[in-house]
Design a protein. Structure first.
Length: 231
């Protein structure tokens, strides 16, 4: 999935539609770059294993040294791209869910200021809140739905929400391990931005959450399109 075709005369405002499109392009680009960065890291890891095996007793371990030098930069780049991807993907989900709910419930369009605010990286708590929205039940029921789409959709959103909850706990653990003054409670951790609480010397805070979040971010505009088509 990429981005659905919307009728410019439909219920979405220009600001809403352009913001959704722009965030979609941003996180897809970051996602592709992350896939490339992960492939590079895996290749360097394999090269390092080979170098370690063949240069164990040599006085000229330059191949291994080169691998290590490049891998250090590759690892930093991978994390940088992942955090960039997180920022745009999380914003796409929060904005998308907000627009979806307001269209489904026939509420007034979002103001330009609100759209701009929703395009920024959300706190972990705000993302958790968006993932708690009853998206599955707002979607039009498909005719001849043999797989119970609503139930499956709700289950997928619940799993990602639980992953974000785990990320909130992880942020709290990192702060405790580093004896940081903030955050000290789960509520404080929920008010944090993930990109500001992912130290390079720790396991990635986004591990296990980013990839399924990508899929939801891609899915939301199509859900909006379905609601609009249903009328």
């Amino acid at each position: 999935m990429r981005f659905p075709r919307f009728d410019e005369r439909g219920p979405l405002t220009t600001n809403e539609l352009e913001a959704l499109r722009s965030l979609n392009a941003a996180f897809l680009t970051a996602r592709y770059e992350l896939q490339s960065a992960c492939a590079l890291w895996d290749r360097l890891q394999s090269g390092g294993d080979v170098a370690e095996l063949h240069e164990a007793h040599t006085t000229f371990p330059f191949y291994g040294q080169a691998i290590q030098e490049i891998a250090s930069g590759a690892n930093a780049y991978e994390r940088h791209v992942a955090l960039t991807a997180w920022r745009y993907t999380a914003a796409a989900v929060v904005l998308g869910v907000t627009v979806l709910q307001r269209v489904a419930e026939a509420k007034p369009p979002l103001t330009a200021a609100t759209v701009g605010e929703l395009c920024q990286e959300p706190t972990l708590g705000r993302l958790h809140e968006a993932l708690s929205a009853p998206v599955a039940h707002l979607l039009p029921k498909r005719e001849h739905d043999l797989v119970d789409e609503r139930t499956r959709t709700a289950e997928r959103w619940t799993r990602v929400r639980e992953g974000v909850d785990g990320a909130i706990d992880f942020v709290l653990e990192i702060a405790a391990d580093e004896n940081a003054a903030h955050p000290r409670t789960k509520d404080e951790a929920a008010d944090c931005l993930l990109t500001e609480h992912c130290p390079p010397h720790t396991d990635p805070t986004y591990h296990g959450v980013l990839e399924p979040l990508f899929r939801l971010a891609e899915e939301v505009p199509f859900s909006i399109s379905r609601i609009i088509a249903q009328g």
